[in-house]
Every structure is written in structure tokens, then in C-alpha cells.
Design a protein around this ligand. Structure first.
Ligand SMILES: [Zn+2]
Length: 680
């Protein structure tokens, strides 16, 4: 154990984890030691003979478990980017165990009595605003975990938490298993009909990585599936890929998620009942900016109605296109993206692959950095002395206008078979000033397809937007300027946390950014002004489909988590019924069918919370209109307010207060409807 790198201070550049020295066999003993240490720290707080105070209780809680926190962050990062049977086995053990340990702390009456005492004395405590907020948040966390309830109920809650953690891990592994098990090999040129050069190159690369050099392969990563559905002229192959993609987690075999999600939903309903809430959705939303399910559903309905009408019109137009081509079939979900792409080109003379040719990955990264420079005066210098989690990853030191160190940023951009799909931001270390000035280490993971032989990786406009999105989250972590880790960075209400990320996407589409960075990968020519103009006009096109797809998942989430008693519920059937009730257009499916809806079932992050992307979009659209109204999308005064009240404030104030401080008024849904092209 003495040589276990997880248990010692990391004497490395920026104190970054020494990934090359960390082996999987280090995790079990490190978790054992760190959990034991955490228990000792908690026991010391409880047995302190001095009366409960902010320092000896709340601050002591902030200091407790720091080693465990550090190990968890490294471990779960590796789970995301380097899956293997071995790490999955450790995860299946450790995730429920961590949930159980955490529940033990949260349900400890003696500990809660101290926290409660500090909370009751808050009015006369004389501590500053951030410290008060910390006490409020800590106290609420205990209450929401069941502190103060009778013993039998608490024991049941702990059992439920542990079981849910295990089920969440199984759910995600089943989806990943189905993704790994599928490969569509394209054997001949005829199978490539319609695909642009970039998609062909990516498919060749994917085939080579899987031992089929000289052929082409489509995998179930979204970055492989979506371009294929958009461009492949082979209707039979589109259907094949689409079916595999939408039935992930629903294959009927040992990886089928039906029973897993049924149990998850039932346990969550039971948990909410024990805590005194009518449903799990009521429980979750009580601690959000929305506050309760009706506020979220009201927003969803306001957007659903015009989006559905627009999508039905679009379906008619696509069906007409099929008929005009002499096709004698009904528009199906595997046809939508293909004909929508054709129609978009016809209407807007807009070719997605022309955009892609102007979006080399490195340029998009540079653009994301440049926007941060123009808004927040940050600079980014690549470092080659950091021990990184994978050879693909890149490290950058981030500094402010005065050259002071702000953060270490790590980007890991390429899809790999052992990497989970999707894109995300995570913090290997949160910013705080608990005991000295701790600077953050922030990671972005995306799944870009590599370029073909000798060509750079090129991003679709969607993928470029995803990169900006995740970088917005990264800035929320990097610019954090708070005292307490518990309030740091992205530790904010779930329907507020997408504001910094979604807002950041707006800058990608600005001519001020595109004309500088969107350059053709081969010729270096900047993107033509009229291509930008056409892209801007075409942007509203496709919004109906995107919105309907998204809301279908969001409604399912609220429905499944809005049951008072969910014992034995068939979640897939429930989704089916909900889509029927909504009048879901026949040729569109939910963006995530329940059996692979990882946002809500792989963990607790977005359960009864998928709506929050839309909620945050009300905020981001409204916030960006402030910049547009000012006449300068880099307006320094607004940028300063944005940094102060949004990107660096973490959870130091309630989200509605931070919003008010930035915008000076309540959020207005009009900006969102205009952005999506649904405004009258
Ligand atoms: Zn996000």
C-alpha cells in the first residue's frame, strides 16, 4: 500500500493525477483506506465535546473525505474513457458501497443534530453570506437524504440508495455492451452511396480500429450513426443502423434494461414517499430553479405545441419529396434525416459537408479558446509535461489577463471503442480556498471521429456546437471563484447548470468567430460569408425535429417519475402511452428511448430533470439577447457581469438571484421561441 499513488500527495505539474502510475489494482485498497479515513474524520466531528459551531461542524465536513473525493474523480474519469471488464467489476462493487457510505453519513442522527444546531443558530452567527449559503445547502442535503426520520425509514432509504447505485451502473453497462456488440461492415463502394468523403474516411478508420482494414464500419456511437442516417442513400442500411441504435438496451437478452428501469422507477417513487413527497418528480424539482413539476411541464407544453405542428408540416413536405422522387413508401424514422438533409439543401442551398470541411477539430478548439479570451481575457498554453489519462488527451494551462494561473484544462477529443459515447465535462479537482488557494483541473471529453489518412478530424456543425457546449461547462469550473468546495463551479441547481454551457454555444455561430476560425481544411480558405448567412437561415430548419425528439424524452422522464406508486411499472409501455397522448409524429422517435435513456437511468443526474436543458435554454437565449441588444457580442460590461454572476459564482447564491443580478429581470421565454423559430 505504501506505493499506492492514489493515497499520496501528487508531486506533479499542477498537482495533476499521475495517470501513468495509476493501475486498476490500486483502486480497491485506495478506496478502502480513503473510506476509513473519511469515517474517522466524521467520527471526530460527532465526538467533538465543544458545542456545534460553523468551524467545528460545517467547515469540518468540508474538510472531511478530501482523499476519497480525489480518488473518486480519477476513478470515474477512467470509467468514462477506459472501460474494461476489470474496471466495470470494480465499479459494480464501489458505486453501491459509496452510496451506502454516503447514506450512513447523511442519516447519522448525532451528526445531523450538530448541523441542525448550527443551522438554527444561523441568524445570530455573524458569518458571511457565502458561509450562510453553505450551511443552508448542507442542512438541506441532510434533510433531503432523510435525516430526522424514524430509524426504520432511514434504513430503508439507505438500502434504496445502495440498490439504485448498482442498478444505475448496470443500466449504463448494458447500453455500452449493446453499442460494443454492433458493427455494420460496409464491404463495397455500393454500400457507401451518398456518403460524403468525411463520413467515408471516418468509417474506414472505424473499420481499421476494429481489425477490418480496407473496409468501412458504422458503429453505434452517435457521431457515426447520425451522419450515416443523414447521408446514406441505402435505405436498407439506414434502417439496419437505425434499428440497432434505437433498440440499445432493449434487445431482450441479458443486457435488456426493462427490469432494471422498472425497479429504478419503483424505488425512486418509494424514496420520495418516505421523504414526504407525492412523487419523485416533486422531490427532485423542489431543489431546482423551476421549484415544482407544473412549472417545468408548463414550459414543455408551451414549446411542444408549436414544435409538433411544425414537425407535422415538415413530415408532409418530406413525404412529398419521396413521392416526387418516385418513391412508393411512407416516410419512416430512418428516412427523416436523409430527406431533411436533401430538403435543407434544396431550401437553403446548404450543404452540411461544406460546413464540415471548414470545421477542422483544431480550429474549433482554437475558436472556443478565443471566445474565452475575448470575453474573459483568458489565455491557453499547451503543456507537454502533464501526465495525461490517455495519449490522445491534451493539456493547457489557463491564465488570466495578469498572467496568473487560473486552471489546468485537459481535452480528450477522439472516439475510442473503450470510451463511453456522448460528451461531458468533469473536474479532477474543484476550485476552492478552504485551506489555501486550490486551482481547478477540468476535463472535456468528446467523441469526434478521426480524419482519414492524412486528413484532419472534421466536425459537423452539431459536433462543433457540442464542443463549445462542453467548453462552456469547463469555463464554469475553471472560472469558479468561491471559498467552499461544496459551492464550487458546476455544483449548482440542475436546471441552471446548463446555462453556462448552452449560452457558450451562441458564440460559435457568430460571423465574428466563424470568419476567423472556420477555414477549409485543405485550402485554408475562410468560410464564405454567404455560406455563413445560409447556415444561419438554415439553422431554424430542423428545429422542429430536434425539439420534438427532445421533448418526447423529457415528457417520458416526467411521466415515469411522476407516479405516486410505480411498483411493477413497464417503463417502455409508459413511454409508448405518453407519446400516443402527445400525438407524436409517426416518423420521429424520442431522442432517447427509455431502455437507453442514460441521462435519467444511468445515474441520478438528470432523473426528472431532462427538461432542464430546455429550462436552461430559456435562460441562455435570453442572456445572449442581452449581448445582441448591446450591439457587441463581446460587450465588456456584460462579459464582466456574466463572469461575476454566472461563470465564477458557483452555488454561492440561489440561481434565481444570480440570474437577476446578471439580467436585471425575470427570464423571458420569448427569446427561446424566437431562437427555435416558433415565435409568431
Ligand atoms: Zn451540458
Amino acid at each position: 500500500m505504501t506505493d499506492n499513488p492514489l493515497l499520496f500527495a501528487w508531486n506533479t505539474p499542477f498537482g495533476a493525477p499521475p495517470f501513468s502510475q495509476i493501475k486498476l489494482e490500486h483502486f480497491r485498497p485506495a478506496f478502502d483506506a480513503a473510506i476509513a479515513q473519511w469515517r474517522t474524520e466524521i467520527a471526530a466531528i460527532k465526538s467533538d465535546p465543544a458545542p456545534p459551531s460553523f468551524d467545528n461542524t460545517i467547515l469540518a465536513l468540508e474538510r472531511a473525505g478530501r482523499t476519497l473525493d480525489r480518488i473518486e474523480r480519477v476513478f470515474f474519469h477512467l470509467v468514462g474513457i477506459a472501460s474494461s471488464d476489470e474496471i466495470e467489476a470494480i465499479q459494480l462493487e464501489i458505486q453501491p458501497r459509496l452510496a451506502r457510505e454516503n447514506a450512513d453519513v447523511m442519516l447519522d442522527e448525532a451528526l445531523f443534530a450538530r448541523v441542525d444546531a448550527v443551522h438554527r443558530g444561523l441568524a445570530s452567527s455573524g458569518i458571511d453570506e457565502e458561509a450562510r449559503r453553505l450551511v443552508e445547502r448542507r442542512h438541506l442535503e441532510f434533510k433531503r437524504a432523510g435525516a430526522g426520520l424514524a430509524d426504520a425509514k432511514k434504513q430503508r432509504l439507505a438500502k434504496i440508495a445502495e440498490r439504485l447505485a448498482g442498478l444505475g451502473a448496470t443500466f449504463g453497462q448494458n447500453v455500452l455492451g449493446d453499442e460494443k456488440a454492433f458493427l455494420l461492415l460496409l464491404e463495397s463502394e455500393a454500400d457507401l452511396a451518398g456518403l460524403p468523403a468525411s463520413a467515408v474516411a471516418a468509417a474506414a478508420r472505424a473499420a481499421e480500429e476494429r481489425g477490418h482494414a480496407g473496409k468501412w464500419a458504422i458503429t453505434l456511437s452517435r457521431s457515426s450513426v447520425e451522419p450515416f442516417l443523414q447521408f446514406s442513400a441505402r435505405r436498407d442500411l439506414r434502417e439496419k443502423v437505425w434499428r440497432a441504435f434505437v433498440t440499445r438496451g432493449a434487445g431482450g437478452g441479458e443486457r435488456d434494461n426493462a427490469a432494471v428501469m422498472s425497479e429504478i422507477v419503483a424505488l425512486r417513487a418509494e424514496l420520495a414517499g418516505i421523504l414526504g413527497y407525492a412523487t419523485f418528480a416533486d422531490f427532485k424539482l423542489a431543489d431546482t430553479m423551476a421549484g415544482a413539476p407544473p412549472a417545468a411541464l408548463d414550459l414543455m407544453n408551451r414549446v411542444w405545441t408549436p414544435a409538433r405542428v411544425a414537425a407535422l408540416d415538415e413530415a408532409d413536405a418530406l413525404q412529398k419529396m419521396i413521392a416526387e422522387e418516385g418513391g412508393n413508401f411512407d416516410l419512416k424514422p430512418w428516412d427523416w434525416r436523409y430527406y431533411a438533409e436533401k430538403r435543407r439543401q434544396a431550401l437553403h442551398d446548404f450543404d452540411e459537408s461544406a460546413i464540415r470541411a471548414h470545421l477542422p477539430l483544431d480550429n474549433v478548439i482554437a475558436a472556443a479558446f478565443d471566445v474565452a479570451h475575448r470575453l474573459f481575457a483568458l489565455t491557453f498554453e499547451e503543456r507537454f509535461d502533464v501526465d495525461l489519462p490517455h495519449a490522445d488527451a491534451r493539456a493547457f494551462e489557463v491564465k488570466d489577463a495578469d498572467g496568473r494561473h487560473v486552471a489546468l484544462f485537459i481535452g480528450d477529443y477522439f472516439a475510442r471503442p473503450e470510451k463511453h459515447s456522448g460528451a461531458w465535462m468533469s473536474a479532477l479537482r474543484d476550485q476552492h480556498r478552504l485551506d489555501g488557494d486550490v486551482k481547478p483541473i477540468i476535463i472535456n471529453v468528446v467523441n469526434a471521429a478521426r480524419g482519414g489518412e492524412g486528413a484532419p478530424a472534421l466536425l459537423s456543425h452539431d459536433e462543433a456546437r457540442t464542443l463549445f457546449h462542453e467548453f462552456g461547462h469547463a469555463l464554469h469550473g475553471m472560472l469558479s471563484d468561491v471559498t467552499y468546495p461544496y459551492l464550487s463551479g458546476t455544483n449548482v441547481a440542475r436546471d441552471f447548470v446548463e446555462l453556462p454551457s448552452q449560452l457558450y454555444e451562441h458564440w460559435l455561430d457568430r460571423p465574428e468567430v466563424l470568419s476567423k476560425f472556420a477555414r477549409h481544411y485543405a485550402t485554408g480558405e475562410p468560410i464564405a460569408d454567404d455560406l455563413i448567412a445560409r447556415m444561419t437561415r438554415a439553422r431554424a430548419y430542423g428545429q422542429a425535429h430536434t425539439t420534438v425528439e427532445f421533448l418526447a424524452s423529457a415528457f417520458t422522464d416526467m411521466q415515469a417519475h411522476g407516479l405516486g406508486n410505480a411498483d411493477g411499472v413497464d417503463v417502455a409501455a409508459l413511454q409508448e402511452a405518453e407519446l400516443q397522448r402527445l400525438g407524436m409524429p409517426a416518423a420521429i422517435v424520442a431522442r432517447h428511448a427509455a431502455p437507453h435513456f442514460q441521462h435519467v437511468f444511468s445515474g441520478d443526474g438528470y432523473s426528472a430533470g431532462y427538461y432542464s436543458y430546455l429550462w436552461s435554454e430559456v435562460l441562455d437565449a435570453d442572456a445572449f439577447e442581452a449581448f445582441v441588444e448591446s450591439g457587441d457580442v463581446f460587450d465588456p460590461t456584460l462579459a464582466e457581469r456574466l463572469k461575476r454572476f454566472i461563470y465564477s459564482a458557483g452555488g454561492t447564491k440561489p440561481p434565481e438571484a444570480l440570474w437577476q443580478a446578471f439580467r436585471g429581470r425575470e427570464p423571458d421565454v420569448g427569446a427561446l421561441l424566437r431562437k427555435r423559430g416558433f415565435a409568431a
